[in-house]
Design a protein around this ligand. Structure first.
Ligand code: HPA
Length: 247
C-alpha cells in the first residue's frame, strides 16, 4: 500500500477523525503487537496511516510502549515517512505551553527499553548514524508546511527524553537545562533511533502541554492542564498535515 505519511499520536491525540475511507489493520510483527490497530484513510486523496502510541484508550505508559512493534507495523504497511506527535513539557523560554515545535536534537535519558532491532542474540549489530536524529529534509518540509499555513512552529530545540511515567523533579529539570534540553517528554526514544534503524524518514512535532517542573511557579502539573493545552495546540494540526502531504 502506498502510504504518503504515517502519524504516531501521543498523549491527547488518539484518532484522526478527518480521514476518509477508513480501514483498520491489526498488524502482528516479529517484535509483538503494536499499541493498537493502525487506521489508514484518505486525506486529500492520499493515504495516511495513524497509530495511537499509548493505545486508543491511553492504556500504555511510555516505558511500556512496544516501540519496535509500532515502527515495524508501520513499515510493514508500506510507510516510509513517520511524523511523531509527542506531548512534552517546556524548559526554555521559547517553548511555553501550547507551542508547537519541531526539535532538531535529542538527549536520551531512558533506560531498560528495547532500543534496537538488533537486541536478539544472533542479529547483526547495528550502529546507525544518529548525529541528526530527525531526518533533516523531512523537518524542513514540516517547517515549510507550517509557514504555508501561517502556523507558528518553533524551529529546532533539544528534546530530553525521560523514563517516566512520573514527572521530573525540579533538580532533574535544572540538570536537563544545563545539558542543553529545551523540551522534556517520555516517548521520543527509542522511537527515533528505531526509525533510523529501519531506514524510515522520521521527525517529531512536539506539542508543549506545560512548563516543566520548576520552570514557572504555576504549582502542580495536572493531567487536565496537559490535555487542555494539547487540545488547544493541536487545533490546526490537521491543516499542517494536509499541507505536508500536498507539498
Ligand atoms: N515532563 C515529561 N513529560 C511530559 C511533560 C513533562 O513536564 N509534560 C508532558 N509530557
Amino acid at each position: 500500500m502506498r502510504i504518503a505519511l504515517a502519524v504516531i499520536g501521543g498523549t491527547g491525540v488518539y484518532r484522526m477523525t478527518a480521514l476518509e475511507d477508513l480501514e483498520t489493520r491489526q498488524i502482528d510483527t516479529p517484535y509483538g503487537s503494536p499499541s493498537g490497530p493502525v487506521r489508514t484513510g484518505l486525506l486529500q486523496g492520499q493515504r495516511v496511516a495513524f497509530l495511537a502510541r499509548h493505545g486508543e484508550r491511553h492504556s500504555l505508559p511510555p516505558h511500556q510502549v512496544n516501540y519496535r512493534a509500532n515502527l515495524h507495523a508501520l513499515k510493514q504497511l508500506g510507510a516510509s515517512r513517520v511524523l511523531a506527535l509527542n506531548t512534552v513539557g517546556g524548559i526554555t523560554e521559547r517553548f511555553g505551553p501550547r507551542k508547537l515545535a519541531c526539535p532538531d536534537q535529542l538527549i536520551d535519558y531512558t533506560w531498560g527499553r528495547s532500543s534496537s532491532f538488533a537486541e536478539e542474540s544472533g542479529s547483526d549489530v547495528l550502529h546507525v548514524d544518529f548525529a541528526h536524529p530527525y531526518t533533516p529534509l523531512f523537518r524542513h518540509r514540516i517547517l515549510a508546511a507550517a509557514k504555508a499555513t501561517g502556523m507558528n512552529l518553533v524551529d529546532g530545540g533539544c528534546y530530553g527524553v525521560t523514563q517516566g511515567p512520573r514527572l521530573e523533579t525540579i533538580a532533574e529539570i535544572a540538570r536537563m537545562r544545563r545539558d542543553g534540553c529545551d523540551l522534556v517528554g517520555m516517548t521520543g526514544m527509542p522511537e527515533a533511533g528505531l526509525a533510523r534503524e529501519l531506514g524510515l524518514e522520521y521527525a517529531c512535532l512536539a506539542i508543549v502541554a506545560n512548563w516543566a517542573a520548576g520552570c514557572a511557579d504555576n504549582g502542580e502539573i495536572t493531567m487536565a492542564e496537559v490535555l487542555d493545552n494539547v487540545a488547544a495546540a493541536s487545533a490546526r494540526l490537521l491543516e499542517l498535515i494536509a499541507e505536508l502531504i500536498r507539498g
